[in-house]
Design a protein around this ligand. Structure first.
Ligand code: BES
Ligand code: MN
Ligand code: MN
Length: 455
């Protein structure tokens, strides 16, 4: 590792400058006005992969944003590692809260600030640099490597499943490695062994033909906002449990070992409340500890609700329609489509009298869970130990990377989630950043992992 480590640290400045080029491209996947920028980011990555010596580099167009494929397959008897990452990013609003503009990467306090710095351009870039460094120093890679980098993760990867199922041979591998998650804390690496899935629904309630004067009709006709609130309030019980039939049917409880692990990792409630600006933590199910609630329990959240008058001043009106958006985070063994149907049924059965309800089903994504004693995870752990001098923590993540379960199933390969972000790097929020203390170390850890996989 000595030589690799020297080369990586000698090139640190240059490498960070290179990452800045990618971070300058506003590749926001959810906004159609950025379609060109998405193409630019894809070209930038493809160009870089060619440049470092990857072969068969291809920008695969889809009905959405492109996927980049590349490989290096010159170790005949060695295993094959497939690297997945995403180059698309979340929108930047509220933009006025950024200390420096989101697409003008800036370094402050040894952190690089920009949208995508940690999620996931910065972390994906570490893999590109690891491969580049190994090829430069050794003239070859210890294992075969394939890259599959997509531009639609932040919108639920709508086109990647088809690409996976149509290219099983091309993508076949012994392990999928992904850096799109975080470490436990400064200096304490983590391997994520579980991700939550999700499903979305939207619904609207309609009452009279039009809004009505609240003096002429008030007290007599039903109000769409009131009915919406009534209906929404049936979704949870007084203990914070989701009150939808069959919602918890397929949830598999944590093992005693996992509960012990979570306890052992500790949780500072006061510190968290302070950092969030909260005086109480009252969300979700009453009977579970906070660290379990945010990682291994399913949720149903109302993400948005609107209806009636929201302009300046008072308006004495009875609104005739109201709307809500809901998403659930789901855990191992729950089926997102099945849960959507249960919620739809619940809404239909509990819709108050005197309104028309319309439910629209949205996106779904599967949860993921993998055993922590699998050989590839153990190699990742060893790599972290080599570079950070510490064994990683094993954690369940509350967030989602829906495509992970597809990789696992479609390619029948284990997935290793090796994160290099930190939990306070503001992903999806203003002032997203990546701590540069994990930049060289991240590259080196990936080099070490690739070498360990060879053995
Ligand atoms: N990289 C995140 C998921 C994540 C966050 C993993 C923190 C580990 C730690 C990913 O890019 C993401 O934001 N996922 C979305 C998925 C959704 C848009 C389909 C999520 O979890 O909301
Ligand atoms: Mn991500
Ligand atoms: Mn994200």
């Amino acid at each position: 590792m000595g030589k690799l480590s020297d080369v990586i640290s000698n090139n640190h400045h240059e490498n960070v400058e290179e990452l800045k080029e990618l971070l300058r491209i506003p590749s926001i996947s959810s906004l159609s006005e950025h379609k060109e920028d998405i193409q630019k980011a894809a070209s930038w990555i493809a160009g870089k992969l060619k440049n470092i010596g990857m072969e068969h580099v291809k920008i695969v167009q889809t009905n959405g944003h492109p996927i980049i494929y590349a490989d290096w397959l010159h170790q005949e008897n060695a295993p094959t590692v497939l690297v997945y990452g995403h180059y698309d990013v979340q929108p930047v609003d509220p933009v006025h809260l950024w200390e420096t503009p989101p697409f003008e990467p800036t370094i402050r306090d040894e952190k690089i600030f920009a949208r995508g710095a940690t999620d996931d351009k910065g972390q994906t870039f570490l893999h590109i640099k690891a491969v580049e460094t190994l090829l430069k120093v050794e003239g070859k890679l210890p294992v075969n490597v394939k890259f599959c980098i997509e531009g639609e993760e932040e919108i639920g990867s709508p086109h990647l499943p088809q690409f996976l199922s149509e290219n099983k041979e091309k993508l076949s591998c012994d392990v999928v490695v992904i850096s799109d998650s975080d470490m436990w804390d400064r200096g304490i690496p983590a391997i994520t062994y579980s991700l939550r899935g999700l499903c979305a629904l939207e619904f609207s309630l309609k009452t009279a033909k039009s809004d009505l004067h609240s003096g002429m009709f008030g007290g007599g006709v039903q109000n769409a906002n009131h009915l919406l609130v009534q209906l929404l309030s049936t979704l949870h019980d007084a203990n914070g449990k989701v009150n939808v039939d069959h919602f918890y049917d397929d949830v598999v409880d944590l093992t005693e070992f996992e509960k012990e692990q979570i306890k052992a990792l500790g949780f500072n409630e006061e510190k968290l409340k302070q950092s969030l600006g909260l005086t109480e933590l009252t969300g979700g199910e009453n009977n579970f500890p906070y660290p379990e609630k945010i990682s291994s329990r399913p949720t149903l959240e109302i993400n948005g609700l609107w209806g009636g008058f929201q302009g300046e001043g008072t308006k004495t009106v009875i609104p005739n329609e109201a709307h809500a958006k809901i998403t659930c985070r789901l855990v191992h063994n729950q089926n997102p489509e099945k849960i959507q149907q249960s919620i739809k049924k619940h809404l239909e059965e509990h819709a108050p009298k005197g309104c028309t309800l319309k439910v629209t089903l949205g996106d779904t994504g599967n949860p993921f869970l993998t055993p922590i004693d699998s050989p590839m995870i153990q190699k990742a752990a060893e790599a972290y130990q080599n570079i950070y001098g510490k064994a990683p923590v094993y954690k369940r993540e509350g967030g989602s990377i829906p495509i992970v379960s597809d990789f696992n199933q479609s390619l029948n390969a284990p997935v290793v989630l090796m994160g290099f972000g930190l939990p306070d790097e503001n992903l999806h929020a203003p002032n997203e950043h990546f701590n540069l203390e994990n930049f060289d170390k991240g590259i080196l850890t990936i080099c070490s992992f690739l070498e360990l996989v060879q053995k």
